[in-house]
Every structure is written in structure tokens, then in C-alpha cells.
Design a protein around this ligand. Structure first.
Ligand SMILES: [Zn+2]
Ligand SMILES: [Zn+2]
Length: 339
């Protein structure tokens, strides 16, 4: 009896130790906002964006619940990709639920001539005073156990390719520039490439079409990506063919909402990428035909916002580059290999 108890305890310890060696990425459903929680094998955490402010603090509560599920007592680094309400709206409420040690961003909002933006940005400055780092392209985000390279910040891209990248991108000749962005803080988004062993993950916030181009034309400065958080919730104001084909991801995760996210053209573009295996979605997209969406087993939430439970998507990445996506609504998992 005692012996089997000891054995069970040992096996349990072994499985905890195994899990602790993985990198975990959680996409918190924010109904079309952004909040991606990254927990390194070291246990250190990076939260990228804090989603929306709502009267019931829905998104702050969902982020906090995810942090608890991940066993966190604090957030080590909060990166705000840019100063739009769907990326830092819930920060104040979240900061009352869990300590946040450090804050990183691209520097001042470029929309301070809008009174509501100026007020929200001032509140951010006050909340982060003395704990804030402004990132430049080429900086590293210091999360122990993983390599996180800032490839874009405040409209500036890295000038030298990441290791193994730098290939000339022949499709740049067909690039068609878009009209300037209506909400220009999107252009300022911090973009990062996270590397853990062979595995490479990309999160560019809401970086727009003309600016993402700086990273892939005339040469691809990023290289390939295994897991791609579709930029700008999958909108076609971002995700140019030149960009998406250059990074040619194996798996895409779209942090869309029921009525915000990728149009049909972005789904079609992603599905045209050689080697792309699946598109996982935070939400069933209700504004496009059902059959354009991925199979329901790859979609975390099916209901409109009013009835939505806010189920998670999770990626668990081992040190050999195998990564497993999980739909917390159903428990469905699928494992992929890094390139
Ligand atoms: Zn956004
Ligand atoms: Zn935005």
C-alpha cells in the first residue's frame, strides 16, 4: 500500500517535472481583443496585451483565471503591443487582481490628439511609472529559458535578418501598398519572434499591411514561423500575401471574435500556404459562411458574446520542437512538429 503510494507520488512528480519543461502559450478569449499568456519552462511569464475594458471586467477576470490555471502568482512582464482599447483596456482591472512586475511597450501613443486616447494613455503612464521599458527593434525581451526578439516597434523594423533568415523575397514585386491606416497606433505595434529550441512563434499585435512589409521585403528578415498568431485578429488590413507566404507557418491561431477577425480572403490566403496544416480560431466567425471557418474541433468558442464562456486555446511546446494545440472547450488536441 505504502509502496504503491510512493510510486504514485513519484510518477506524479515526474509528470509535473515533465510539464514544467514545456513552454505554454494560452490565447484568452476576449471576443476579438488580444491577450496571449506565455509561460516559459523556467516558470517566468509574459503576458502580451490585456484585451478590453468592460463594465463587468470580463477580460481581466478571464486573464486572471488563466494565470491561476497556469499556476502563476504574478505576471513577470506585461507587453502592450500598442495603445488600443482591445489590447490594454483591461490592464487597470487586471493589475488589481494579480501583481505585474514590469511593463514594456513601443513608447508614446501616436494618437494623443484624440482626447479619449490621451486620457487612457495617461492612466497607463501612471500605472506603469518606474516599471516601464520602451522597446526598440532588435531588443530582446528577457524571459528566462526562451529567446524573444523584438522585430518591430514604433514603426521601425530590425535592419539585420534573424539567424537563418535574410532570403530575398521574389514576391515583393507584386506588393500593393495600402492607404495609410486610420488608427495609426496599429502601425506602432511591437512585434516579436519567440524561439524555444526549434520552435518559432510570431505575435505582431495589430501591425498593418504597409509596415509588416518592412520585415519581408526586399528580403525576409524573420525567416519561417511554426506557429503564427494571425496579425490584427486575422483582418485583411494586415496579413499581406508577401508577409504570410514569407513566414509560411505550419499552424495559425486567429484570435478573432464572433464578428471581428479574418474575412474569407485571409482564410483563403492561409489555406494556400504550402505546409500550413491548420487554422485554430478563438471564435466561430459569424460574419462569414460557416464552411469557411475551420472544423469546430479547432474553434474554442461557438456562441455569440452574450452566451460565450470564454474557452481557451493552448499550445504546449516541448524542448524537441513538438507542439500540441488544445481546445479547452472539448479537450481536443493535435500535435505538430517544428520545421
Ligand atoms: Zn486589436
Ligand atoms: Zn489596434
Amino acid at each position: 500500500m505504502l509502496k504503491s503510494f510512493a510510486l504514485t507520488a513519484l510518477l506524479l512528480l515526474a509528470s509535473v517535472a515533465h510539464a514544467a519543461q514545456n513552454l505554454e502559450i494560452y490565447w484568452i478569449d476576449a471576443e476579438g481583443g488580444a491577450a496571449t499568456l506565455i509561460v516559459a519552462p523556467s516558470g517566468e511569464s509574459l503576458l502580451v496585451d490585456t484585451a478590453n475594458r468592460t463594465p463587468d471586467d470580463r477580460d481581466a477576470k478571464r486573464i486572471f483565471a488563466t494565470a491561476q490555471k497556469a499556476g502563476l502568482k504574478k505576471i513577470d512582464i506585461l507587453l502592450t503591443t500598442h495603445f488600443h482599447g482591445d489590447h490594454y483596456g483591461a490592464l487597470e482591472a487586471l493589475s488589481k487582481l494579480i501583481p505585474i512586475s514590469r511593463f514594456m511597450d513601443h513608447g508614446p501613443s501616436v494618437e494623443l490628439n484624440r482626447p479619449n486616447v490621451a486620457a487612457a494613455y495617461k492612466a497607463y503612464e501612471e500605472l506603469t511609472a518606474g516599471k516601464r521599458t520602451i522597446l526598440k527593434a532588435g531588443d530582446k525581451i528577457p524571459l528566462k529559458g526562451v529567446d524573444i526578439q523584438v522585430v518591430m516597434s514604433a514603426g521601425q523594423a530590425i535592419t539585420k535578418p534573424l539567424k537563418g533568415a535574410g532570403q530575398v523575397n521574389a514576391s515583393c514585386a507584386e506588393f500593393k501598398e495600402h492607404a495609410p491606416e486610420q488608427d495609426p497606433d496599429n502601425d506602432q505595434s511591437v512585434g516579436l519572434v519567440l524561439q524555444f529550441g526549434k520552435f518559432r512563434f510570431l505575435d505582431m499585435g495589430d501591425l498593418t499591411w504597409n509596415y509588416e512589409q518592412k520585415l519581408v521585403c526586399p528580403a525576409n528578415l524573420i525567416g519561417h514561423i511554426d506557429l503564427y498568431q494571425t496579425t490584427h485578429h486575422g483582418l485583411d488590413r494586415s496579413n499581406s500575401p508577401q508577409f504570410v507566404r514569407a513566414i509560411h507557418p505550419t499552424v495559425a491561431v486567429m484570435n478573432n471574435g464572433p464578428r471581428k477577425g479574418g474575412p474569407v480572403s485571409v482564410f483563403e490566403l492561409l489555406r494556400s500556404i504550402p505546409g500550413l496544416q491548420d487554422i485554430w480560431q478563438g471564435h466561430l466567425a459569424l460574419a462569414i459562411p460557416k464552411e469557411v471557418n475551420s472544423d469546430e474541433k479547432l474553434i474554442a468558442n461557438l456562441s455569440p458574446t452574450a452566451e460565450c464562456k470564454g474557452e481557451l486555446l493552448q499550445a504546449s511546446v516541448d524542448s524537441k520542437g513538438q507542439f500540441t494545440l488544445k481546445n479547452h472547450r472539448t479537450g481536443y488536441t493535435k500535435t505538430y512538429s517544428s520545421k
